[in-house]
Design a protein around this ligand. Sequence first.
Ligand SMILES: Cc1ncc(COP(=O)(O)O)c(C=O)c1O
Length: 412
Amino acid sequence: MLAKKYTGKKLVDNIFTISRKAKEAIANYGKANVVNATIGSLYNEDEKLAVYSVVEEVYRTLPPEDLYAYSTNVIGEDDYLAEVEKTLLGNDYKESMKGLYISSIATPGGTGAISNTIKNYLNAGEKVLLPNWMWGTYKNIVLENEGVVETYELFNSNGGFNLEDFKNKINEISKTQESLIVIINEPSHNPTGCRMTYEEWKDVYTFIKGLKINLILIRDVAYFEYDDRTEEEKNKIRALILDLPANILIMYAFSLSKSLSIYGMRVGAQIAVSSSEKVIQEFKDALSFSCRVTWSNVSKGGMKLFAKIMTTPELKERFLKEKNEYMKLLMNRANLLMTEADHVTLKYFPYKSGFFVTIPIGPNVDKVIDDLQSKNIFVIKFNDGIRIGICSVPTYKIVGLAKRIKDSIDKF
Ligand SMILES: Cc1ncc(COP(=O)(O)O)c(C=O)c1O
């Protein structure tokens, strides 16, 4: 009965299956004896979901009409979208980005932002270029929209961004396509925690600015709040898009899931940036149409929550302070894991910030995962590597973890 394009599609949720096994192990052996590194949400040291006190307080005191009413506009609340743009592009972006046209639409999380972009900019049968180490949902979004997945190697042999492969893949696809969607997930990349340097971004932008095809660059910034670069460093990278040609559209996929730790509230945004007024007008027309017919509008409470915190200086300061503590927690966990890994010569991808550290394993990855499970250590498989959710594993359980993983690898 299914429409042809949905026949044969089935969600294989690897994360759900393994986390169920972890829960069973906890029931059988007790929480203290199980390392559940499968979760992709930030957890405190007591293994409970991290909830920002300022978020909890503001949300519970929002007036009923902010919580229960429809959003004022289909595309989202004005004050929410204004704060999203400032948060991403810098407080003075209207001045610093003069000459560029910018427009935003609220979406159900970053997922909504990515799927709404692919739905609106992909023609059936076209290739979409994704990093080879990636959040798996990208692929399913491409498949749902009848696209074809192509990947670029994320890392070069020095662990830096693989510009060469990125360029080669785009050049190759340009021979047969007039338009191309590319995703870069940075900073705090899922699953590796890698980050691109200013020079790497400069090279990427220099290359894409010279392209003849239409390029839609999705910048998945789901974990942007946990990027510890200074505002000055971020501004330098932002300035690279000032002289964007009209055939390049930058689409930021923004999410409050990780930033405010409100995963279930489903709040995000698409922020389109172009030097062409026409391209932005098209975005406004077509994407609001898609919003209305897909999810109608986004949770008003979630949008009002963000707007209130960001526009009230005391609340914003409290948020930034709490966030800083969580960033320290993540950094401590990551540093501990990496220091111990170095000690036992366990390789990992170059982590800079974020929720995950990934260890490349190779062809024995399934055997290693099984062996780890026999030691009550649960991790997620990505390609031929394993992802450790340092976001959810308390520090005391990270002690000795690198050695236990290395021992499992050495068995095979
Ligand atoms: C890389 C990446 N992008 C986007 C998302 C989307 O999250 P959400 O839809 O909850 O905003 C996730 C969630 O895990 C992610 O890991």
